[in-house]
Design a protein around this ligand. Structure first.
Ligand code: NDP
Length: 485
C-alpha cells in the first residue's frame, strides 16, 4: 500500500463523465464529505472531465445539487471544497484532451509534491476500452511520479468473452494493483458487517455448513421500475444488471472460508474459490434451475421492443460444490417493480430432527438468521421460545440488532477512501469477474434460447411471479424485510 498521508503527497481525483448522474448524485457528495472530515490528503484537487460546455463555476453549481443534504449545514466547507474543483472540457478517448488534463494535473505538483492520481471512469461502459487505451498512450498511467489508480464502474463486460477482452485491455496498460473495479454494494456497512459477524464471533461458524443449513436466500428487491432507463435496461435485464455483480459477490461473502488475514489478497482469494466452486450449468439445466418474470407494462416503456423477453425478475438456484456446502441450495433473487425494496441474506437452519413438544402436528419453526442490508440495516435471529401459559407449546421469537441510522454513510464514500488508501479488499479482481460471468452466462443463454425457460408476467407491486414461490421447494418460503414470524 502506498502511503498518501505525508506532507509532500498530493492527490488529484480526475472524474471522466463528470456531467453525469453518478458524479452529481454519488461521487461529488462522497468526496465532499471525505474532504470535510479530513479523510483526504491535505493537498487535493478534483478535476471533472466531460464534453459538455461548462466552466468551473457552472460545474461546481451543478454539483451543489447532489450535495444539498450535506450542504444544508455547512456552506463554508462546501465553498472551500468547491475551490479545489476544476472542469476541463474534453473527451476521455481523445489524446489532445488527455494531454491538457495531464498538464493541468502535473502543474499542481510544480512545487515538487508527489503526483498521486485516481482516474474515475464514471462513463458508459462502451467508453472504458477507448479511455484506458488513450490514458496508456498518453503515458498517464505510468507511476514514475506517484501512484496512478483507475476506478472502473460496473458493469464490467456483458458476458465472459467481453469481460475477458476488457481485462486484457486493462492489463495491457495497468497492473492489477492499480485497478479498482467498483461494486458499490460491497461498500455498504452491513455487507462489511457480514465479515465481522462471521469471523469475529465463534458461535455461528461451527453451524455454517451443510450439516446445519437447509438453504440460503440472497435477495435484492427493488420497488421502482426501470424509471425511464428501460432503453438501457432492455439490453441488460436482471441477470446482467444485478446478479452477476451484487448478488454473486454477496454469495461469495456468505459462503467463503475464513481468510488467513484481513488483507485484500486473502479475502479475494477466498471469494474467488467460492465462485470457482459454484455450479456452472448446461443451458437446459440453467433453465430448470431458474425462474424469470417480466412486470406487466414493461413492454410499453420507451426504448423497449413490443416483443421484448427481457426479464425484470429472476430467481436462480446455485450450489457451491465444496465440502462445506455440497447439496445446500443458494437461492438468488432480484427484481424490479416489486412490493418492497429490500436487500437481505437469509440463512435458514434445519429443523430439529425430533420434537418432544406439543406443536399440534406442526414442525417447530427452524432457526433463521437474516442479515438485512437495506432498509433497517441489521441482523435478526429467530429462535423458538416457550409459549407463555400452562401448556408446553413453542413459538418463534426474534432477536434483533439494527445499525443506528446516523452512522451509515454512503457506500461510495467508503470505497473512494479505500481507493485513496490503495485497499482493494472491497473491489472485484479480474478472476472474480470472469468466474461470475461463467456462472451467469448459461442463464442468459437459457433465458434467450431454451424452450424449458418460460417468461412469467407479474403485476407491479407484487413479489414477482408465483412460480418463484414453488421454485423454492416444499416447506420453504421467501423471506423479506416485511416477513412476519
Ligand atoms: P450518465 O450517462 O449520466 O453520465 C455519463 C457522462 O459521460 C455523460 O454525462 C457524458 O457527458 C459523459 N461522456 C460521454 N462521453 C464522454 C467522453 N468521451 N469523455 C468524457 N465524458 C463523456 O451515466 P451515469 O453517471 O449514470 O453512469 C456512469 C457509469 O456509472 C456507467 O457505467 C453506469 O453503469 C455506472 N453506474 C451508475 C450508477 C448511477 O447511480 N448513476 C450506479 C452504478 C453504476 P457529456 O455528454 O457532457 O460528455
Amino acid at each position: 500500500m502506498v502511503s498518501n498521508s505525508g506532507d509532500d503527497q498530493r492527490l488529484t481525483v480526475v472524474i471522466f463523465g463528470a456531467s453525469g448522474d453518478l458524479t452529481r448524485r454519488k461521487l461529488a457528495p462522497a468526496l465532499f464529505h471525505l474532504y470535510k472530515t479530513g479523510a483526504l490528503p491535505k493537498m487535493c484537487h478534483f478535476v471533472g472531465v466531460a464534453r459538455s460546455e461548462m466552466d468551473d463555476e457552472s460545474f461546481r453549481s451543478a454539483l451543489v445539487e447532489g450535495a444539498e443534504e450535506i450542504l444544508a449545514y455547512d456552506h463554508e466547507a462546501w465553498d472551500e471544497f468547491a475551490g479545489k474543483i476544476t472542469y476541463i472540457r474534453g473527451s476521455s478517448t481523445d489524446d489532445e484532451s488527455l494531454k491538457r488534463i495531464d498538464q493541468a494535473v502535473s502543474g499542481y505538483c510544480s512545487d515538487g509534491s508527489t503526483d498521486n492520481r485516481i482516474y474515475y471512469m464514471a462513463l458508459a461502459p462502451s467508453l472504458y476500452t477507448g479511455t484506458l487505451q488513450a490514458l496508456g498512450r498518453c503515458g498517464m498511467l505510468e507511476e514514475s511520479s506517484g501512484y496512478r489508480r483507475v476506478v472502473v464502474e460496473k458493469p464490467f463486460g456483458t458476458n465472459l468473452k467481453s469481460a475477458q477482452a476488457l481485462n486484457e485491455v486493462v492489463h495491457s496498460v495497468l497492473n492489477e494493483s492499480q485497478v479498482f473495479r467498483i461494486d458499490h454494494y460491497l461498500g455498504k456497512e452491513t455487507v462489511q458487517n457480514l465479515l465481522v459477524f462471521r469471523f469475529a464471533n465463534t458461535i455461528f461458524e461451527p453451524l455454517w455448513n451443510r450439516n446445519y443449513v437447509d438453504h440460503v436466500q440472497i435477495s435484492v428487491l427493488e420497488s421502482l421500475d426501470t424509471e425511464g432507463r428501460a432503453g438501457y435496461y432492455d439490453g441488460a435485464g436482471v441477470l446482467r444488471d444485478m446478479m452477476q455483480s451484487h448478488l454473486l459477490q454477496l454469495l461469495a461473502l456468505v459462503a467463503m472460508e475464513p481468510p488467513a488475514t484481513g488483507g485484500s489478497d486473502a479475502l479475494r482469494n477466498e471469494k474467488a474459490k467460492v465462485l470457482q466452486s459454484v455450479s456452472k450449468y448446461e443451458t437446459d439445466s440453467a433453465a430448470i434451475n431458474s425462474v424469470r418474470g417480466q412486470y406487466v407494462g414493461y413492454r410499453d416503456e420507451e426504448g423497449v421492443a413490443e416483443s421484448s423477453s427481457t426479464a425484470t425478475f429472476g430467481a436462480i438456484r446455485l450450489y457451491v460444490n465444496n465440502w462445506r456446502w455440497q447439496g445446500v441450495p443458494f437461492f438468488v433473487r432480484s427484481g424490479k417493480a416489486l412490493a418492497e425494496k429490500s436487500s437481505e441474506i437469509s440463512v435458514q437452519f434445519r429443523a430439529p430432527p425430533h420434537t418432544i413438544f406439543d406443536t399440534h402436528g406442526a414442525e417447530v419453526t427452524p432457526n433463521l438468521l437474516q442479515i438485512s442490508i437495506q432498509p433497517h440495516e441489521g441482523v435478526h435471529l429467530t429462535f423458538e421460545n416457550k409459549k407463555p401459559g400452562t401448556r408446553m407449546g413453542t413459538a418463534p421469537e426474534r432477536l434483533e440488532y439494527h445499525f443506528p441510522a446516523q452512522v451509515i454513510r454512503d457506500s461510495y464514500e467508503r470505497l473512494l477512501l479505500d481507493a485513496v488508501e490503495g485497499d482493494q479488499s472491497l473491489f472485484t479482481r479480474s478472476d472474480e469477474i470472469e468466474m461470475s460471468w461463467q456462472i451467469i452466462d448459461p442463464f442468459v443463454e437459457a433465458w434467450q434460447n431454451s424452450l424449458k425457460s418460460q417468461l412469467y408476467p407479474y403485476e407491479k407491486g407484487t413479489m414477482g411471479p408465483e412460480t418463484a414461490d414453488e421454485f423454492l421447494g416444499e416447506n420453504r418460503v421467501w423471506y423479506g424485510h416485511g416477513s412476519e414470524l
